[in-house]
Ligand binder design. Structure first.
Ligand code: NAP
Length: 492
């Protein structure tokens, strides 16, 4: 029997009477990992009640003290990094070093945010009147709903939770259903750190039920959502009905451009990591390789050669380069895109199939796939979110930028060239929230803003100091110590 886990509401783990349950499974082996409460709208409502009750005391705790509590949670993650990294790997299938990297990112983000507790900067500016101060202070929004995907099951929840908490908000966290065990372990670290009851609550269960209930609850003042663009559209319109602040981080269709003068070995390492790291299931994964015609044949040959020794298997095995995709749904969707690419006439050069036989039959393994594609095919325009790379030939830098930009998304982008002028032009002209020069499309660092343009989001950024903007309201304060009525714009 798999271990049973409850909801975490008002500082207590609990299983509601007559609760329905669901399980998560290891996508490499099929092993059942845990049984979780399929939370209801009522459970979400109770969690919001707890968060609402806890809000006042939490916001009144000095921010540096909140930071100290966060640091204790980071210490717990450090102690548990091996265990939690393995849980990430077992629950969603990324290889172990990447599973631990997921946890490391959570740790670094919490450390960064805890120091923000000693800043939370406002502005002080001169007044146009005498004996008057003008300034701004940052205030928490209130109860925040954090709704997260499965692909970074410890890092992304912490991007939201740690940032929301340091600003003085309380949180109801709804993790992706198929990484609920990671969700439970994310919350346990804060429990162990001694967070007061109600400040962080966990409700597992289906997004359509728990997520919808959180977004519709008028006591939830902000929704921070990361996931697919279709779900994001729904979350945004539902939030709009309540004129609610909604922050969205959505899909991507990220290009790596390689120009004729690039260091090809470096670009090759970059595209292998960018396209097939986490089995291509990063929002910043490289899904289009845009090659200038002078290096097209050579680079494609190098890529196909390297893929011959690329090992796909159980992600806990240190020899393995790529694990399974995260679920049966993922597998179905990715194989559907491979089929669509073949039907549209893209030339399949590697992979293109589900791996079967022996241990593969227990999981969802897809061979790393490379298509030679024409820009405009569905596989070059839509987010696949799997180990499928479309290689596109272009004449020159101009065409490379035009092709790179001609998609609905705008998250990450990369260019490999030794030409400093073209590097800076790319930085200016690539339509994306993130541009890497001579590095792959993946590799965010927590002290910098993260997010995208176009249909990747709705304008905000996570991480860096932008995270503070996401979770605070600006209050403008005027202090008049003249002891008389002063009239701005009227008095000379
Ligand atoms: P998803 O299916 O959109 O789910 C994301 C979260 O939304 C899950 O917790 C899900 O719950 C919940 N949800 C589902 N329906 C909902 C509803 N009606 N109301 C409220 N919440 C709802 O996405 P995913 O498959 O987990 O993640 C993959 C996607 O995330 C990709 O498109 C990827 O690009 C994107 N992503 C973006 C970023 C970024 O920063 N831009 C980072 C990582 C991932 P259930 O699990 O219960 O369905």
């Amino acid at each position: 029997m798999p271990q049973e886990y409850g909801l975490f509401i008002d500082g207590k783990w609990e299983t509601p009477k007559d609760a329905k349950r669901f399980s998560t499974r290891n996508p490499a082996t099929g092993e059942e990992l845990g049984s979780f409460v399929s939370g209801s709208a009522k459970d979400a409502e109770r969690a919001v009640t707890a968060a609402t009750k806890a809000f006042r005391a939490w916001r009144e705790m000095p921010a540096p003290k909140r930071g100290q509590l966060l640091l204790r949670a980071a210490e717990v993650y450090k102690r548990r990094k091996d265990d939690l990294g393995a849980t990430v790997t077992q629950e969603m299938g990324k290889v172990l070093p990447e599973g631990k990297g997921d946890v490391q990112e959570a740790i670094e983000f919490i450390e960064y945010m805890s120091a923000e507790g000693r800043r939370l900067l406002g502005e002080t500016v001169p007044s146009e009147l005498r004996n008057k101060y003008c300034m701004t202070v940052l205030q928490p929004k209130g109860v925040v709903a954090a709704i997260t995907p499965w692909n970074f099951p410890t890092a992304i929840p912490n991007w939201k939770i740690a940032a929301a908490l340091i600003c003085g908000n309380t949180v109801v966290f709804k993790p992706a259903s198929n990484t609920s065990l990671c969700g439970v372990k994310v919350v346990r670290a804060y429990e162990e750190a001694g967070l007061p009851p109600g400040v962080l609550n966990l409700v597992t269960g289906p997004g359509g039920v728990v997520g919808d209930a959180l977004i519709s609850d008028p006591r939830v003042k902000a929704v921070s959502f990361t996931g697919g663009t279709d779900t994001g559209r729904h979350v945004y319109s539902k939030g709009a009905e309540h004129l609610k602040y909604v922050h969205l981080e959505l899909g991507g269709k990220n290009p790596q451009i390689v120009l004729n003068d690039a260091n090809l070995e470096l670009a090759l390492d970059g595209v292998l990591f960018g396209a097939f790291g986490s089995s291509g299931q990063r929002c910043t994964a490289t899904s289009r390789l845009i090659l200038q015609e002078g290096v097209y044949e050579k680079f494609l040959g190098m890529l196909l050669e390297r893929l011959k020794s690329f090992k796909v298997g159980n992600p806990m095995d240190r020899e393995v380069d790529m694990g399974p995709v995260a679920s049966a749904d993922q597998e179905r969707k990715i194989l559907g895109y491979i089929d669509a690419g073949t039907k549209e006439g893209a030339k399949l050069r590697a992979g293109g199939k589900k791996l079967t036989g022996g241990a593969y039959d227990r999981g969802f393994f897809i061979a790393p796939t490379v298509f030679e594609a024409k820009h405009g095919m569905r596989i070059t325009k839509e987010e696949i979110f799997g180990p499928v790379l479309s290689v596109i030939k272009v004449k020159d830098f101009e065409e490379a930028v035009q092709v790179a930009n001609d998609v609905d998304y705008g998250l990450s982008s990369s260019i490999y060239t030794k030409d400093v002028n073209l590097s800076f032009q790319a930085m200016e002209r690539l339509e994306a929230g993130i541009t890497y020069i001579n590095a792959p499309t993946i590799g965010a660092e927590v002290q910098l803003p993260f997010g995208g343009i176009k249909q990747t989001g709705n304008g905000g950024r996570e991480a860096g100091t932008s995270a503070i903007e996401e979770f605070t309201e600006i209050k403008t304060v005027f202090v008049d110590f003249s002891n008389r009525l002063q009239k701005a714009q009227i008095e000379g």
